[in-house]
Design a protein around this ligand. Sequence first.
Ligand code: AMP
Ligand code: ZN
Length: 437
Amino acid sequence: MTDLSERIGERFEKMSRDEIAEFQSEALQTSVAQAAKSPWFAAKFKEMGLEPGDIKSRDDVVKLPFTTKNDLRLSYPAQMLAVDPTEVIRMHTSSGTTGKPTAIFHTRQDVSNWAELMARSLYIAGARPNDVFQNMSGYGLFTGGLGLHYGAERLGMWVIPAGPGNTARQITLIRDFHVTVVHATPSYAMHVAERMIAEGDDPKSLGIKIAALGAEPYTEEMRFKLQDLYGFKAMNSYGLSEMNGPGVAFECPYQNGMHLWEDSYIVEIINPQTLRPVPEGEIGELVLTTLRRAAMPIMRYRTRDLTRLITEKCPCGRQHVRIARFVGRSDDMLIIRGVNVFPSQIEEVLMRHKWLGGNYIIILTKAAALDQMTIKVEISRDGFDGTVETLRKLRGDLQRQLKEQIGFTANVEVVEPGSLPASEGKAKRVIDERTAG
Ligand code: AMP
Ligand code: ZN
């Protein structure tokens, strides 16, 4: 038992608010001093006239410079490296598909700390050493593969590094090895369920108990739909490669926000326009500072992810602050006819309908200078009676509910199951053709 508690870092998991504050103040000083060893932050601090010694407590974090994705690009390949290159044992990049990748480096201790954060996250979600774990994330530069893998091994589960895709093999492995815990993107989990249903199979028959679902935004309605289909508990999992990857924040069984590991990150929520903190509990951009990373400390990283803090006590007893399900990213916000729309608002409406499947896309076009939005959504094979009458009613209902939600009328096309592109990793939901021609 002591062995397990070591592996999951129980002493950090169980910290009180006072212990967290004290630990953060110490760790921030160390992290700033470490950052100053990198050419990037040395220059940045100098430019601002900031000495690492000016940072004396956790609250001094506001004196530090923000770091953006663009800074990471500018510092490419290794301006933010804060250790001798011989100490690096691993690098990853973020999954962005445009422009230069951003590279993140880790020492042996960094990889070990990350594995512990991940093990701790899986543990609070309910996973135990006697579980069998299947990781359906891509292994490679993307952090969802090795990140979850190391964490699951650290916890002591039987780990199946299935990787993404090859749905038939995924299902076989889950069945043959009695997999109880899986990790996937929500869109891929939905795809697997729909494939099974199409083949007359039942996802519940797999016997999966817990699914760690993350790497992309999804709604509470999508969670319910997946839980219904599989009979598992779907636990929200958050991370980003700049902050290691998965294992930054994770849900406990109360499924009421994700505990963010404050022994490893200082959390701020800011207004992305003014860059000032939002009033407690309000939605803003999540900003994170690494506390325990040696190879590449990052100060006040602007994640672009929009959420709010939940500071009420969690019934599970853990005191690390919780963050609410993300409403979107500041750079994912669509402006349609001057109205701000997040894809999550659309998903929320779609997922409420039992006749609809989990796959959809949003297409934006222009007609006579006016933005048009078309939503294509797959019908579900489950429960749909196949009549034109039902289809017509469904389209009408969706159009009305979407109008209530986003304020204008969208075209809705209900399409055959399996006719939209399936996703194995992060789903691409929005196709914006407005600027194309
Ligand atoms: P990457 O660094 O390529 O792994 O991408 C990280 C990004 O994925 C985050 O900044 C979020 O925008 C998104 N992401 C990861 N997990 C979640 C989650 N549980 N909910 C919403 N978005 C997520
Ligand atoms: Zn909790």
